[in-house]
Ligand binder design. Structure first.
Ligand SMILES: [Ca+2]
Length: 425
């Protein structure tokens, strides 16, 4: 048993590079055995057994309600075909589909490329501002503007080098197509503040809400001076923010008018969110990287506090405790958590027609988990979990549902691949 520290362990907490360090058992070998319609028994699996059967990193912590972790294993019935559309990407991070079916693909060191449906890559799009690509920074997410068909605008997130440090920024520009694609009229519409020097926990996912507002997920920088700011409303660290397309603050944001609070904040108490998506009702969900044993699925609501670093289910990668408890008044419980962690990055909630059995399921890329993680939901609770593509042992960075209903994935590697998942013919 670990000794619980009486003060928040402010000195020993530098969980540097947690994303890169997360290892341990990926626990992806459990055969199916759940009782859901989507599952089928296999072998001698105990009915209701979870997909994860390895030891917990933090056995002291118990779930707050049944099904909050280790949901019963389920299995996809449709045989899958995984096709490599393209390879040779340098640490690819995000995909966005253009109206003609081509894709924008970011590479972390700073390149944005246009990739055709058959995998042909353009030269890097010219005109992007420089990025700080050290550590977990770089060029991160990309999205089309909601009015892209008329405006030609795209948005992207990146770690911005600044005087005195760095920080996440959101830029937009008009994409100009051609043999040498470029962006014009680059505007930075949002800057994470304050500026701090850290190459870790950048966050950086964007999700367009149906009302035309933009959600941006922001990490807490990992180092202690950043981490403690997750609970402070005068800082963007460890927050989800909600902005108008031009970066201005929506008047109905929860902290507008509160003294000392940054008005872009939507929700607080997050750690490092690289996965977010809307559900069929248009509600925002996110999966965030926790410490060891503490990755979380949340459905962030306006003004709520998701607990980091005050509560949670994980511990430091050193084995030192972070939280004295898993629950506190005024702080939200995760819908689900993973111990051991999967290191989530990339998320899609399936709505296509290629896989009718997947509708409403949550798909999450696992970096250390080296799997495409599938969650079957029952209302707002997790009813089943599956780990797909485990045989590839690839770190999965990005998960997007294409306009054709296929899932498109990026693998996190210096020679990363763009993969397409369809039913096998
Ligand atoms: Ca939490």
């Amino acid at each position: 048993m670990r000794a619980l520290l009486t003060t928040v362990a402010l000195t020993a907490l530098i969980a540097c590079g947690a994303e890169a360090q997360k290892g341990g058992p990926s626990g992806n070998l459990a055969p199916g055995g759940g009782s859901k319609e989507q599952s089928r028994p296999q072998g001698k699996a105990r009915p209701g057994a979870p997909v994860e059967t390895g030891p917990k990193s933090v056995p002291e912590f118990q779930p707050a309600f049944p099904g909050q972790t280790r949901a019963p294993a389920v299995r996809t019935r449709t045989p899958l075909q995984v096709t490599e559309v393209a390879s040779g990407f340098n640490k690819p991070w995000a995909i966005a589909f253009l109206p003609d079916g081509r894709m924008l693909v970011t590479e972390k060191p700073g390149q944005l490329r246009i990739v055709s449906a058959n995998g042909r890559k353009s030269a890097p799009v010219a005109g992007l501002p420089p990025v700080d690509a050290r550590g977990q920074g770089g060029l991160l997410d990309v999205e089309l503007a909601p009015d892209h068909r008329t405006s030609g605008q795209i948005y992207w997130t990146y770690y911005e080098p600044r005087q005195g440090g760095n920080g996440l920024a959101v830029a937009r520009a008009r994409l100009v197509d051609g043999t040498q694609p470029r962006v014009e009229n680059v505007q930075v519409v949002f800057r994470m503040l304050p500026t701090l020097e850290s190459t870790l926990h950048a966050g950086g996912r964007m999700v367009w809400a149906r009302d035309g507002k933009l959600f941006v997920t922001l990490g807490e920088r990992s180092i202690l001076p950043g981490r403690v700011q997750s609970q402070r409303l005068n800082s963007h660290f460890g927050k989800i923010v909600r902005i108008n397309p031009d970066g201005s603050v929506p008047r109905d944001n929860p902290f507008v008018g509160r003294q000392g609070a940054r008005p872009e904040i939507w929700s607080s108490g997050h750690r490092n969110i690289l996965s977010a998506a809307l559900d069929a009702q248009g509600r925002l969900w996110e999966v965030e990287m926790g410490p060891r044993g503490g990755d979380e699925l949340n459905r962030p609501e306006a003004g709520k506090d998701y607990g980091w670093p005050a509560i949670g289910y994980g511990e430091e990668y050193s084995g030192d405790p972070i939280h004295r408890t898993t629950q506190a008044r005024g702080m939200e419980q995760p819908v689900y958590y993973w111990d051991p962690v999967i290191s989530p990055s990339g998320m899609a909630i399936y709505s296509g027609s290629l896989f009718p059995e997947w509708r409403g399921n949550v798909f999450i890329g696992g970096l250390s988990g080296k799997a495409l993680v599938r969650l079957v939901m029952d209302g707002d609770r997790v009813a089943g979990e599956e780990r797909l593509l485990t045989e590839r042992t690839a770190r999965i960075r990005e998960v997007v549902e294409g306009p054709d209903g296929a899932l498109y994935l990026l693998t996190d590697a210096a020679n990363g691949s763009l993969l397409k998942v369809t039913p096998r013919r």
